[in-house]
Design a protein around this ligand. Structure first.
Ligand code: B12
Length: 236
């Protein structure tokens, strides 16, 4: 269990209880709560942050920085894969608790398909993107991690897809990303071509992303949101 700064709990005064305490919202605090497995407190911290700032900024900032800390502590040996796994599971449960709830009438927008490329197990960014797109009224099919190229292509061929978002982490996965993008385009040939964006840590390596036949290499959820909003406006 972690030894981080203790969390300031919500006030017992009903008039104060829902007010966020910005000073408590640090990546260090969140990383500690994640490794403690406390998904309810994590959801509470995230709700506070979401009351102050747009979702994409919270996920690109606080959330990503907290998981960066988890990664650093895992890589340095301070935490084991057990803490990393607990942190990831806790985060996924907390994200589920704070997901947008647009209701059936809010799911009327175009369909976005989200997928980790073959071999890719990092999928928390896709869960975050799912929330961002749902808030902009997209219909989302998040296929999760490690989707085989041919299966993704068949899914795209069978559905009225308006956007494909691929996730990749390891820069060595460049050829898989290229193969996946080509298979997706071939599955639904159109003019203009079906929009494809790529995100994930992989995008931090220009050598890995240069020459990819995709519409946008996206370094953040804020960028992805801007792209998706302008695409939705064009489609409408
Ligand atoms: C959790 C985690 C795992 C979990 C993933 C669980 C899950 N359900 O996703 C597991 C245990 C599976 C895992 C496995 C591995 N991991 Co790992 N992992 C992490 C960790 C700690 C957090 C990643 C995370 O979820 N971050 C939170 C999200 C919200 O942030 P993000 O991923 O940075 O994404 C942001 C953007 O890129 C964007 N985004 C992300 N995806 C997408 C997709 C789209 C379409 C868009 C638009 C945007 C977008 O949105 C996010 C918010 O800004 C990172 C540490 C780190 N610094 O990233 C290491 C890390 C990425 N892993 C690492 C490694 C080495 C591995 C393994 C190779 C370990 C191993 N020896 O097996 C394997 C690889 C598995 C595989 N085949 O893919 C290294 C990578 C180093 C490198 N040079 O690339 C890191 C950096 C850890 C470290 N410090 O060394 N990992």
């Amino acid at each position: 269990m972690s030894d981080e700064t203790p969390l300031r709990l919500p006030s017992v005064d009903p008039l104060e209880a829902t007010r966020p305490h910005p000073s408590t919202l640090t990546p260090e605090l969140l990383a500690g709560l994640l490794a403690d497995g406390d998904d309810e407190l994590v959801a509470w911290v995230l709700r506070d942050a979401l009351a102050e700032r747009p979702r994409a900024e919270v996920y690109d900032g606080l959330l990503r920085e907290a998981m960066d800390l988890v990664g650093e502590r895992w890589a340095s040996g301070r935490w084991t894969v057990a803490e990393e796994h607990l942190a990831s599971q806790t985060l996924l449960r907390a994200l589920d608790a704070v997901r947008p709830d647009p209701g059936p009438e809010g799911r009327t927008g175009p369909l976005a398909v989200l997928a980790g490329v073959a071999g890719e197990r990092h999928m928390i960014g896709l869960v975050c993107l799912d929330h961002i797109l749902q808030e902009s009224a997209w219909t989302v099919a998040d296929l999760g991690a490690d989707v085989p190229v041919d299966d993704l292509a068949r899914f795209v061929a069978r559905n009225e897809v308006a956007l494909v978002a691929l996730a990749a982490s390891d820069p060595a996965r460049g050829s898989v990303v290229a193969e996946t993008a080509a298979a997706v385009r071939a599955a639904r040939p159109s003019t203009p071509p079906l929009p494809i964006i790529v995100g994930g840590r992989f995008t931090g390596d220009p050598a890995a992303t240069s020459g990819l036949d995709v519409d946008r290499v996206v370094g953040s959820l804020v960028e992805a949101e801007v792209f998706a909003r302008s695409l939705a406006a064009r489609l409408a």
